[in-house]
Design a protein around this ligand. Structure first.
Ligand code: HEM
Length: 418
């Protein structure tokens, strides 16, 4: 059975957030992969951009950070240099600066360290699932997918439990800053100049700044040196210390990146279970333990794209790409590339190998939280499968209004318990 069928006419405007209200425009991506793999799009809000849609091209170009830089912004929107400096984290820097910060926290997010959290994740999943499932019919994004990631991040970062709902709300306002359901300051619908020095042009950034500063003060007073925030504040081998505003931006990055992406992976996986009932049995029989998380994350492609900026002129697929041009890697398209995946529109939980690019594989910025995300997704689906006999749609799903984050923000489902 088909999980979901794209409805675009093959010529969707990739610069428009409204395009994504019906889910990613996969007919457009498929046409571009076939006919115009380095295609130009005009951008009403500023400078146009190149779209890279083929899997092999994304991997190739993402592996050339000297040619395609992260140090001019990583989203489609234009920024002045001043705004860039105020809002950047190490994700918006290139070598060698990038690694100086990344190494400080890399170990805390490494596979063996994250593996130790499996029991904690399982303990968090139990009550979340039980509370949702006893309702019988409910919104799976709100009651399940939205609940786990921030609680888990809270454990890793060392955040008080009572602050987590507020942090989820602020994380949503940051990253879903183009969807009126999540923010009053919709990025492309009004002027957000007042907040142009804040992460994501969002007033939520300002509130999170205050929160981060306060949190670190309280931790310092209590002599608490646990959690990744403390690690990032330590001087590097050359004695350099992260400027305070970059630290606060990093906090915003964690709240945003660690929250929505995993949530929307879980939501997309649950949606798939509703339409491909055989998937549940495979999880229950333990056949897909090693492979299912990556396939769900390929399927979800929660970060639809990331952007780079060209550092010197080059030719690609017959196009003259100029220094200063913006280039968009459409991970959502790469993950449905028929030359890289057999039957890319089928969710195959046993898919192996699975060379998806959801985490920005192939580049130096490959997701720091990927082991955490994989573990959360696997454990959640294992725990869900233990508890239900069937799951089906109970209404119309709704997608986020964003061309950057691909997500099902409302997913009504009905469950039959074991
Ligand atoms: C399924 C879930 C997730 C997806 C699909 C995802 C996706 C990505 C992608 C595509 C990048 C690369 C960006 C680029 O190339 O510019 C990235 C980087 C990053 N992610 Fe994730 N992410 C997920 C979960 C998480 C989690 C749970 C955390 C933290 C708790 C996290 C933290 C980060 C950080 C800090 C970076 C920047 C790394 C760097 O620049 O070196 N992510 N993520």
């Amino acid at each position: 059975m088909t999980v979901w069928t794209p409805t675009d006419d093959g010529f969707a405007d990739l610069s428009s957030h409204d395009t994504f209200l019906n889910g990613p425009p996969h007919n457009t991506f498929a046409r571009l992969r076939r006919e115009d793999p380095m295609s130009w799009t005009e951008y009403p809000q500023g400078q146009g951009f190149w779209s890279v849609t083929r899997h092999a091209d994304i991997l190739e170009l993402n592996g050339k950070p000297d040619l395609l830089s992260s140090a001019r912004g990583i989203r489609m929107e234009d920024q002045t240099y001043e705004e860039y400096l105020a809002r950047r984290t190490f994700q918006e820097t290139d070598a060698p600066e990038h690694m100086k910060t990344r190494v400080k926290v890399a170990k805390a997010f490494s596979k063996p360290v994250i593996a130790q959290f499996e029991g904690i994740i399982r303990d968090l999943c139990g009550p979340i699932l039980d509370a949702a499932l006893e309702k019988g019919t409910f919104d799976a994004t709100k009651e399940i997918a939205r609940q786990l990631p921030m609680r888990m991040l809270g454990r890793i970062v060392g955040l008080p439990d009572e602050d987590l709902p507020w942090l989820v709300e602020k994380g949503d306002a940051l990253i879903a800053n183009t969807d009126p359901d999540f923010t009053q300051h919709v990025l492309d619908k009004m002027t957000t100049d007042e907040f142009r020095m804040m992460p994501f042009n969002s007033p939520a950034g300002a509130e999170l700044f205050v929160y981060a500063k306060d949190l670190m003060r309280k931790k310092a007073e209590a002599g608490d040196t646990s959690g990744v925030l403390h690690l990032i504040l330590q001087p590097g081998p050359d004695g350099s210390v992260l400027p305070e505003h970059e630290f606060r931006n990093f906090f915003c990055l964690l709240v945003a990146a660690g929250n929505d992406t995993t949530r929307y992976s879980i939501a997309a996986g649950i949606q798939a279970l509703c339409h491909q009932p055989e998937l549940l049995g495979r999880i229950q029989r333990g056949e897909v333990t090693e492979t299912m998380a990556d396939e769900i994350i390929r399927w979800a492609s929660p970060t639809t794209y990331f952007r780079r900026t060209v550092t010197r002129d080059f030719d690609y697929h017959g196009k003259q790409v100029k220094e200063g041009d913006k280039v968009i890697y459409w991970f959502a398209s790469g993950n449905r590339d028929e030359t890289a995946f057999a039957e890319p529109f089928r969710l195959d939980l046993g898919r192996t190998p699975n060379r998806h690019v959801s985490f920005g594989q192939g580049g130096p910025h490959v997701c720091l939280g990927m082991w955490l995300a994989r573990l959360e997704v696997r454990v959640l689906f294992e725990e869900l499968a233990k508890r239900i006999r069937a799951i089906e749609p109970a209404g119309q799903q709704k997608f986020l209004r964003s061309n950057f984050i691909g997500g099902i923000k409302e997913l009504p489902v009905r469950v039959t318990l074991q």
